[in-house]
Design a protein around this ligand. Structure first.
Ligand code: ZN
Length: 260
């Protein structure tokens, strides 16, 4: 008998699904839900991605079912294409309506400061795509050292006073300024329980953002919501940190309050 599952089922049983503990019938029901439900697909990709990112870091053997592994491999291969092709693909894929809505409603950056009004959109883009880390490591200093000479600033990873936040690793990324080549940025990935938290770190000199703002521990934190995830951006010294996650906003701000 075929049984359809709903979003709650899907999310409740996503771990056993990824771990290959389901029989054929159950897996078919899950696969069917994945094809029809965009929200769960995004959720699944994040979970699959986290397992994929965690595995090299923790050297755990793979127990994913072949179908799920194939899907993940396809995504990883796509993510490993040369950056130029990836960027071109993203330009094509970026929905104009999203950019227009962002510009109009949430985020305005004055042209003089040199940042396109897409810094927060880029943080979201990079967060929702299942990019593998290039430097898998749970150790801040190790990841910071890996970025030396790769980014044009002293990359300092945020330190969290919260043991549920686990660093998974980092990869080289970029942010764009109009009329210039994109600039190198550091992209850090953390696990917070079952959620993915990504932090985009870049030189924020001159960055001005006209977006909803709140104060956390004296820091100005700019907020942005897009595609089911939240961005909270703040600066420390010359560096800008864009935290992006599907965590509730309150939890995001709490985490930012616990960084030093
Ligand atoms: Zn669903």
């Amino acid at each position: 008998m075929q049984r359809d599952i709903d979003c709650a089922d899907f999310r409740q049983f996503i771990d056993p699904y990824l771990d290959g503990e389901f029989d054929e019938t159950e897996r078919t029901a899950f696969d069917r839900h994945l094809t029809v439900c965009g929200d769960c697909r995004r959720h699944f990709e994040q979970q699959a991605w986290m397992q994929g990112a965690l595995r090299p870091a923790l050297k755990r053997p793979s127990r994913m079912p072949p179908a799920a592994r194939d899907r993940l491999c396809t995504r990883l291969r796509a993510a490993e294409r040369p950056a130029r092709i990836r960027r071109a693909a993203r330009r094509v894929a970026a929905p104009l309506s999203t950019l227009a809505a962002m510009g109009a409603v949430l985020l305005m950056v004055t042209p003089l400061t040199g940042f396109k009004p897409t810094v927060m959109a880029e943080a979201v883009d990079q967060h929702v795509r299942p990019l593998p880390v290039e430097m898998p490591s749970p150790i801040d200093q190790e990841v910071e050292r890996w970025f030396e000479g790769k980014v044009p600033f002293d990359m300092t990873a945020p330190r969290f006073d919260d043991e549920r936040v686990v660093l998974l690793g980092g990869r080289l990324s970029q942010v764009q300024r109009p009329g210039e080549e994109s600039r190198q940025a550091a992209y850090l990935v953390y696990g917070v329980g079952r959620h993915k938290l990504t932090v985009l770190v870049f030189d924020g000199t001159g960055l001005e953002i006209d977006a909803p703002m709140t104060k956390v521990d004296g820091k100005s934190v700019y907020l942005h919501d897009d595609r089911g995830v939240r961005v909270a951006l703040f600066q420390r010294g010359p560096l800008a940190y864009a935290f992006t996650s599907d965590l509730p906003q309150q939890r995001m701000l709490e985490l930012i309050g616990k960084t030093h």
